[in-house]
Design a protein around this ligand. Structure first.
Ligand code: SF4
Length: 161
């Protein structure tokens, strides 16, 4: 048991080295949160591809938490929403209500092309619109699905770390 503990201590934390700070302005309201942002994820109508990449962004290789971003279980504990997928008609109102439940100053990150501009689902009968058509968006992350590196970069724009 002691040897295992020594090995863990010797090994330390294993993760990819941090890339340089992403370019682009940090949203003004994000600065009010300091370097730590609590995030509630909302799937507004995703195919689940973006969720897999979000899982990877918070996994041991990319370790999004080391930049101060942390997923939480309730919008009432959150500073920001991480929204994936096109907004379906059934999810438009729940998304609005989730946004209302986040205490100010609240931020919204649209993850993936569906969230940004409806992507491959544009014009489909069940689609209410992109995320910005329902709630205000502060940061957009491109890609279908976005790479975990891009998701971490978008989150670093919120935390400033
Ligand atoms: S952006 Fe691509 S991966 Fe993400 S929800 Fe849309 S279709 Fe799926």
């Amino acid at each position: 048991m002691l040897s295992l503990w020594r090995k863990i201590r010797r090994t330390g934390r294993v993760a990819e080295p941090p890339p340089p700070l992403p370019e682009g302005e940090r949203p003004e309201r994000a600065a009010l949160l300091g370097g730590s942002v609590q995030i509630r994820h909302v799937d507004a109508g995703s195919c689940n591809g973006c969720e897999i990449e979000i899982g990877s962004a918070f996994g041991p290789v990319h370790d999004g938490e080391r930049y101060g971003a942390r997923l939480v279980a309730s919008p009432r504990h959150a500073d920001a929403l991480l929204v994936t997928g096109v907004v379906t008609r059934n999810m438009a109102e729940p998304l609005r209500r989730t946004f209302d439940a986040v205490p100010a100053p609240k931020l919204v990150v649209a993850v993936g092309d569906c969230a940004r501009n409806c992507g491959v689902f544009a014009g489909a009968y069940g689609v209410a619109g992109a995320v910005r058509d329902v709630v205000p968006v502060d940061v957009e992350i491109h890609g279908c699905p976005p790479r975990p590196e891009a998701i971490v970069e978008g989150l670093r724009k919120l935390t400033g770390r």
